[in-house]
Design a protein around this ligand. Structure first.
Ligand code: GLN
Length: 313
């Protein structure tokens, strides 16, 4: 183990120990009944550096619902298919409002602000669905996740998908509203079916951190040498993660952590230290913006200890 790997390992262990003890854990996502049942005591962290060294702490191998973290990967897939034409259907500016907000859609003619708020992610999923059956589109997303995670055991938690399908009234509204502007091409219920299932993909921190490695290393996995996207595209996805990845909490995340990151209401966060590491944390309790409470605190501690903020030490 080299010097840096040792330093990372020490930082990860310290953080996992500290997070295990903390009383302030936020609130699990109650609006998705299946997620409301998850024990807020969990905490997991995995850091994979440029050499492929894995530092892990806590529940690093326990699968959780990746929810909106999936939006990074569907954006990557859709950019692969449509290139920059994608930006005609969805913007790339922070929204300054909640992940499931509908207000901006009316005065912006159904074009979502960015691909990470729910409306934007539903529009991106609709693009992936076009020309395919929902089963095929979902298969493509799942195969991509398995390929990136280098793990064929990654699956969809059907109970979570069904739970959201039953109760996702806001997303149903968002999709139908966009459909009225012609931003959604497919029948809204089919697009939503794919979207709910992509959000219900279950992965561990280890799998998620592995999957994110191409974003930390100019579009390719340094271990396999496999190129996923062009370096310029990786840089741009990171930029959108930095500005929009935590919804209305993106400014605070940049201020405290200083890395591109994407959160999900399952309590997961994928964070990218460009050139250095891919990081996944998981703690199911959320803050008021729907981002993992301890996840953010853990990442803040990590970047501080290692001097990894992209804005300086
Ligand atoms: N599936 C969730 C929803 O659509 C994803 C939201 C999130 O993770 N922020 O409400």
């Amino acid at each position: 183990m080299n010097h840096t790997a040792h330093t990372i390992e020490k930082a990860v262990k310290e953080i996992a120990d500290e997070m295990r003890e903390r009383a302030d854990r936020g609130e699990v996502a109650h609006y998705i009944p299946e997620l409301a049942r998850v024990d807020p005591k969990h905490f997991g962290i995995v850091v994979i550096d440029d050499h492929g060294h894995v530092a892990c702490g806590g529940d690093a191998d326990m699968p959780f619902s990746i929810q909106s973290v999936s939006k990074v990967f569907t954006l990557t897939l859709a950019l692969g298919r449509y290139g920059d034409r994608l930006w005609q259907r969805v913007g790339r500016e922070p929204s300054g409002s909640a992940f499931n907000s509908i207000v901006q859609l009316e005065y912006e003619k159904g074009i979502p602000r960015n691909p990470f708020i729910n409306a934007g992610a539903i529009a991106v999923t609709d693009m992936i669905l076009s020309g395919h059956q929902p089963r095929e589109a979902l298969g493509e997303i799942l195969r991509f996740m398995r390929f990136l995670a280098n793990d064929h055991s990654v699956t969809i938690d059907e109970a979570v998908a069904a739970s959201e399908q039953r109760t996702g009234f806001r997303n149903i509204a968002l999709a139908n509203y966009m459909k009225s502007f012609g931003v959604i091409e497919n029948p809204a219920d089919l697009t939503l079916g794919v979207y709910f299932h992509q959000c219900a993909i279950a992965m561990s921190c280890r799998q998620l951190a592995t999957a994110g490695r191409y974003l930390a290393h100019n579009g390719r996995n340094p271990e396999t040498g496999m190129s996923v996207v062009h370096p310029e595209r990786a840089r741009r996805i990171n930029a959108v993660m930095l500005t929009c990845g935590h919804y209305d909490g993106s400014g605070e995340f940049a201020y405290r952590v200083g890395l591109p990151g994407k959160s999900g209401v399952g309590g997961g966060i994928l964070a990218i230290a460009p050139g250095k590491a891919s990081i996944a944390v998981w703690s199911p309790g959320l803050d008021a913006n729907g981002n993992s409470h301890l996840g953010r605190i853990a990442l803040e501690a990590l970047t501080k200890k290692l001097g990894w903020s992209i804005f300086g030490v």
